[in-house]
Design a protein. Structure first.
Lengths: 71, 71
DNA sequence: TTTATATGTAAAGTTAACTTGACATTATGT
DNA sequence: ACATAATGTCAAGTTAACTTTACATATAAA
C-alpha cells in the first residue's frame, strides 16, 4: 500500500452521476467492485489505463477525477 | 504485456524539452531508465502515479502526454 | 419477516509494472 | 585509437494493482 500521493473524487462523482453504484461503475470500467472500493478508500492508485476508463465512465478528463499531491 | 490502449508522446516530448535524455527524465520522474525505455517502446503503460510525475517533469497535463485509444 | 440491493472488509492468488544488472551498438569528441 | 554519453535489449527478481471468493452489515421494499 504505502503512502499514496494520488487521490480521486470517485465517490463524490458516483453520486453526481445518476447515483451510480459501485457495481455499475465497476462494470462500466471493466473491473471488479472490490477495485472500486479500494480506490475510494485510497488503498492504492489505479493503473493509468484504468484511470482513463473510470474518467471516461464519468465523461470527464483524467484530472477532473484524479489529482496528484494534496487536492 | 498484452495489447495496450494507452499511448504516450514521451519520446517526442523529450526532444522538445531541452533534449532531455532518457536518464534525465528517469531521474526527474524517480524511476529507472529501463522504465522510460519500456514506456517509449509501448511495452506497458505506467501507473497513474508515475504518469503524473512524468507529465510534471514536462510541465504538462496528463492528457498532453498520455492518450487513450488511437491517438 | 423475508428478500433484494448497496456497501464494508478481509485474505489468498495472479499478473503486470518496475527494478536490477549486465552487455551491445552508435555517435561524438580527444 | 580510445573514451564517454546515449540508446537498445534481454533476463530474472520484487512489489503493488487487480481478481476471486466469501461473509457481514444496513436499508428499504414486499
Amino acid at each position: 500500500m504505502g503512502q499514496h500521493l494520488v487521490g480521486n473524487h470517485i465517490r463524490k462523482l458516483r453520486f453526481n452521476h445518476d447515483e451510480m453504484t459501485q457495481q455499475q461503475l465497476a462494470d462500466k470500467a471493466g473491473v471488479t467492485r472490490q477495485t472500486i472500493v479500494a480506490l475510494e478508500k485510497g488503498n492504492y492508485s489505479p493503473s493509468l489505463e484504468l484511470a482513463f476508463r473510470i474518467a471516461r465512465a464519468f465523461g470527464l478528463s483524467l484530472e477532473e477525477v484524479f489529482f496528484y499531491g494534496e487536492e
